[in-house]
Design a protein around this ligand. Structure first.
Ligand code: AMP
Ligand code: MG
Length: 406
């Protein structure tokens, strides 16, 4: 039997970032860069107009006022995507749209609102300084700049930079393929008829949601009965994935064959049973170098064990630097007395912001209770040695569903 801290340490020691891979830009969102990215180009690639207006020579319009405008001949229309055919000489101007290249000879843009256009001529009502409303080449990024560092998470801003630089295949740590293996004779699928003695399989669906939320790829294997041969067969097949999650069949029951099956396959057991609640019978193995999580079958325990162990492990495999949910100190909003002394309790709590942030029990805390799981904003970590908490006492929580409006 290990502590939560020991168990987590063992799990993380046995998970390493997957081998980097180049993947399509469209699929890179949320993944972590596995290489530094140096810019092959200037962004923007050429001097261009920041405004709709007229490209002029600043020296031509030095004296311009509303009373005595300077009149220039319009010699070309420059839309974004086109370029100038000639120089802008003294006394000339080109009509220019935002994003169009600054024509040679011109050194400033006069915004449309400071001009009056009439029959091939433009009257300039105000002088401009050289460089006004010109976005110079390389203003944002210069050739050779280290633009994105290894370890950066590819969010929308990074996607924009990669697209601008023409990097259509991005070096990242690929999302792990996660096998979801559900065991139990009592389980039926969500669309199947319930007959006496059966219950619906919830863990396949909750684990699928959790794997997706991390950004990994879930592969669901057919639900297996409590029969050793069937479990072994599915485990062998699941070895095509990077990570295996089994749910159910790791308790002390007569028909809990997951442990035995993994032993037969030569898996190395790192721990079985953690001094925690819920999720006491959790187990962890490695099989052919791949992490295998034995998650207890009780639905709330399954969600919590994924949250506290599998999620950080997957994030480590995905190259993230920060593996854990934000850990925040809050105050208990009510008294709490522990049922299982000597074990760390993951308490499903709701948070309320008043003078401080207060935690209230989100409902009954049994391992099978899903409603309190659904209602919880956070998991409070009540340490092994703490048997009770008084209203107003401090407690650490992992924020799992931090509401956007908090
Ligand atoms: P086990 O870990 O197999 O001993 O299961 C513990 C409890 O969780 C039992 O009440 C099971 O019926 C239940 N259980 C196991 N697997 C699932 C599942 N996939 N969905 C819902 N409940 C489950
Ligand atoms: Mg079972």
């Amino acid at each position: 039997m290990v502590s939560y801290e020991e168990a987590l340490k063992i799990v993380l020691e046995n998970c390493r970032p997957l081998a980097p891979k180049k993947i399509e830009l469209e699929d890179a969102f949320g993944l972590v860069l596995a290489e530094d990215i140096y810019s092959p180009e200037n962004i923007p690639p050429f001097d261009n107009s920041a405004m709709d207006g007229y490209a002029v020579r600043a020296e031509d319009v030095l004296e311009a006022t509303e009373e005595r405008p300077v009149s220039l001949e319009i010699i070309q229309d420059l839309k974004a995507g086109t370029f100038a055919k000639t120089l802008v000489e003294r006394g000339k101007a080109m009509r220019i749209m935002t994003g169009a290249p600054i024509p040679p000879g011109a050194d400033a843009v006069v915004r449309k609102e400071f001009t009056i256009q009439k029959e091939g001529l433009v009257s300039i009502l105000k002088p401009v300084k050289r460089g006004t409303d010109i976005r110079p080449a390389g203003e944002d990024i210069r050739v050779g700049d280290l633009v994105l560092k290894k370890g950066t998470i590819v969010e929308e801003g990074e996607i924009g930079i990669l697209a601008a630089l023409g990097i259509d295949r991005v070096p990242v740590y690929p999302p792990p393929r996660v096998a979801i293996i559900t065991t139990g004779d009592e389980l039926v699928g969500v669309s199947e008829k319930l007959v006496p003695g059966k219950i619906r399989d919830t863990n396949t669906y909750t684990l699928l949601a959790q794997v997706r939320k991390v950004g990994a790829r879930a592969i669901i294997f057919p639900r297996i009965p409590d029969k050793k041969e069937s479990i072994i067969k599915v485990l062998e097949e699941a070895l095509q994935c990077d990570v295996l999650i089994t749910t159910g069949g790791v308790s002390m029951g007569e028909y809990d064959y997951v442990k035995e099956s993994l032993e037969d396959l030569g898996a190395r057991l790192h721990f079985w049973k953690v001094k925690q609640r819920p999720g006491h019978p959790m187990a962890f193995w490695t099989l052919k170098g791949k992490p295998v999580f034995g998650i207890p079958g009780n639905p709330a325990a399954s969600i919590i064990c994924f949250e506290e162990y599998v999620r950080p492990a997957l994030r480590k495999m995905m190259g993230y630097r920060f593996l854990f949910r934000p850990l925040v100190k809050v105050l208990m909003g009510e008294d709490y007395a522990k049922e299982s002394k000597g074990r760390l309790q993951f308490l499903r709590v709701k948070l309320e912001r008043k003078d401080h942030i207060y935690a209230y029990l989100a409902g009954a805390q049994g391992s099978a209770i899903l409603t309190s799981m659904a209602a919880a904003d956070a998991l409070a970590l009540v340490p092994e040695e703490v048997n009770s908490l008084k209203k107003g006492e401090e407690v650490l929580v992992h924020l799992i569903h931090f509401p956007e409006d908090h």
